[in-house]
Design a protein. Structure first.
Length: 427
């Protein structure tokens, strides 16, 4: 998918925008819109620390491969570092720093007492057996042992990792600490302290924010067509909820392409990545490419697969009226201004998919209090957090006449800056 989506002529001539470039452009833009001490902005342009570790893996055939692992900790002024670990061949130092900055703003937009972090291993997990992934994960946990912890830095799933990966991290860390420490990671299986509703949460928040956005612009869900790129836990749950609430989902995709039906797909009949990986097109009568999905003439487009899919190369061809970002960083900074100039409303990742880290927070609260919440309670509290965040962002849109992305950054960066202001710089 990435090749067909990203190999435009323009990108061949100039280096693509990295997540760190995008994150820094966005921070500078937000800073230019608010009254905030420029020294704090300078400080926030850099991560607090970046841990780079070597992760050797004994392969099933007895040979040893060596991988690079990272954990970038951006800011912890409001609470412990929080953010996912991804296993993907793109992972590098710059990517995790950029993604860790987005986690800082995301946690602040939904007003959680967490800071921002992100990490991962530069590896293609599809090329490894389950046993190899387990050994890699346990060794990575060992290398990060002094970096992570229930009160310091709490990882979670991201691209290429899942609840099982978190269970291995929790087990390895717990054995080393000689105590059962479920709160060291979130997004775990329910059996070891995971939360009801955690896996569905980012998709649920994308659906909630899409619903609020459409209502704000007087567009009834029953008259809304939707295309969703990516059918993992974010895309599949968002598509299914939007369909349940009355929208017509005309296209959903995975790495092989998109299922397409102008009259509306039955999204529960198409297996999500967790149910059957990469099988979307096998369940489709008509298929189109991922590039074509992004350019469909729909009301709402939800990019919920990779980062950097809406670029300078295709932003002029996006025909949706609304874009709600399910993936982290699907729109480059340059593409974002093209979409804005064209009158397309884009709701950013740091608001739309923040349901994931919000239910991670609920999971952590349950773990440290040794209590469990029902699914109804989780979904009710998630709805309340998302509506509060939506209202805070909407007020900035209305009061300052800025875009949804600028408004979300204003909310997030202002909260972080206020905390830095109060705590001061020591020494
Ligand atoms: N990886 C998810 C994100 O990007 C979740 C992070 C978390 O729950 O800590 O928001």
């Amino acid at each position: 998918m990435s090749d067909s989506l990203q190999s435009t002529d323009e990108q061949a001539e100039q280096p693509p925008e990295t997540p760190l470039d995008t994150a820094r452009y966005q921070l500078d833009k937000a800073a230019s819109l608010i009254e905030v001490d420029e020294n704090i902005i300078e400080r926030l342009s850099h991560p607090t620390s970046v841990h780079e570790v070597t992760v050797p893996l004994k392969r099933d055939d007895g040979t040893v491969d060596v991988f690079s692992g990272y954990r970038a900790q951006h800011d912890s002024v409001r609470g412990p570092y929080k953010g996912g670990l991804r296993y993907h061949p793109h992972v590098d130092r710059e990517e995790v720093i950029g993604l860790s900055m987005w986690m800082t703003w995301k946690c602040a937009v939904v007003d959680l007492p967490f800071g921002g972090a992100k990490g991962g291993i530069n590896v293609d997990p599809k090329a490894l057996s389950d046993g190899e992934i387990e050994r890699l994960t346990r060794r990575f946990t060992n290398e990060l042992r002094n970096v992570i912890g229930p009160q310091t830095d709490i990882p979670a799933p991201d691209m290429g990792t899942n609840a099982q990966t978190m269970a291995w991290i929790m087990d390895t860390y717990s054995i080393q600490e000689a105590e059962t420490a479920p709160a060291v990671v979130t997004g775990k299986p329910i059996a070891v302290g995971g939360s009801e509703g955690r896996q569905e949460a980012p998709g649920r928040s994308v659906a909630i924010i899409s619903r609020e956005l459409l209502e704000y612009y007087d567009r009834p869900l029953s008259e809304t067509t939707v295309a969703v790129q990516g059918f993992g836990s974010v895309g599949a749950n968002a598509a299914r909820l939007l369909e349940e609430w009355g929208a017509t989902v005309v296209a959903v995709s995975d790495v092989n392409g998109a299922a397409y039906d102008l009259t509306g797909l039955d999204t529960s009949g198409i297996p999500s990545h967790d149910q059957e990986p990469e099988a979307v097109t096998e369940y489709a009568e008509d298929t189109i490419s991922n590039a074509a999905l992004l350019e469909l003439d729909v009301d709402l487009l939800v990019p919920a697969a990779l980062g950097n899919v809406i670029t300078e190369g295709n932003a002029d061809d996006i025909r949706a009226d609304f874009v709600v970002e399910g993936a982290n960083g699907p729109t480059t900074f340059t593409a974002d201004s093209i979409l804005t100039d064209r009158g397309i409303h884009v709701v950013p990742d740091i608001l739309a998919n923040a349901g994931g880290v919000t239910v991670s927070y609920f999971e952590w609260v349950q773990d440290i209090n040794h209590r469990t919440w029902s699914l109804d309670r989780v979904n009710e509290e998630l709805e309340a957090v998302m509506i509060d965040a939506w209202d805070a962002v909407r007020r900035e849109v209305e009061n300052r006449g800025v875009t949804w992305r600028e408004a979300a950054y204003i909310v997030g960066v202002s909260r972080i800056a206020a905390a830095h202001e109060s705590r001061g710089l020591w020494p």
